[in-house]
Design a protein. Sequence first.
Length: 335
Amino acid sequence: MLEGPKVSQNELAKRFGVSQPQICRIIKNRERILSEWHRHGDPERKRRREGKDVALEAALLRWVEGARTADLPGTGPLLPLTARPLAGAPGRSEPEPSTAWLPRAGLCHSLACKKPLAGEEDAEQPTAEHWASTVLPGLLRSYAPSEIYACGETGVVYPTGESTGDRLTLLLCANADGSEKVPLRVVGETPRPRCLRAVNLGQMPWSYRASSLAAVTASLFSEWLRELNEGMRQRGKSILLFLAKHEAHPYLQLSNVRMVFVPLAAALAQPLDRGITSDLKGHYRRRLLRWPPAESGTGQPTLLDVLHMLAQAWGNVRPGLIASCFRAAGLSPDA
């Protein structure tokens, strides 16, 4: 109507039942209003409403856009997992948002109306042939083997005197030429093990965290990613990180770590599953059997003993084996 025949502001005010100053403000802010409407507007909404936590909504929207770029699976299950760490970020003085905040924020910004993420529709998923022949070579071309990493989780059991023992989850990460194995991140069920209370954890070749069922959660994985990124930033190194799509693997926009989620349709196994994990577990089992008290049958190793065994076993995995597993998985430039 503003682009049609010339109509006075008074006439427009009478036609729409509003005041003349309102018409004047709309015309004055026309470009901004149209821009916001095109970006995340709802044709049925007559008023622009902002949530109580604008900064948190802006951070969540940035994550959604990054997730679409990274080809993450559907936002539905991942949005709550991402919103909670954002709400608890250091420096936020506002209280944690209510459970009704996330659905309202999604409705306000029309997240459900935007293009679905890969994984939400089978047609959006790239084929194995397209990934291997087109996407992957373009990614690998820009990085040296020492800058190409892959990470994943595996479970081990350590003896406690019970029939089943206790479970630990290991977060493993290494690069394509085997020149670097990131220190182990071990997740167990015990929040504050007694055997670790007098240990200087910052000097250990491993790190330990606790969670229910000894599982790597989205918040624990995000913490590990940020630590990895900070280490690379301090070294002036930028890396490519391959990982599997999973609810516990949230996408983060990082300065020195580029995350790439391997599509489920791709016929590529994780390099860790090609022999790296099994070699680590073999070294670990041999150390368990040779542990002096175990040989004499006088006792079981503590969690601290097991963590040191796992770190030593990780150190025993040969760089040549790691490089060959990356080549077998197709995640090496010379594959």
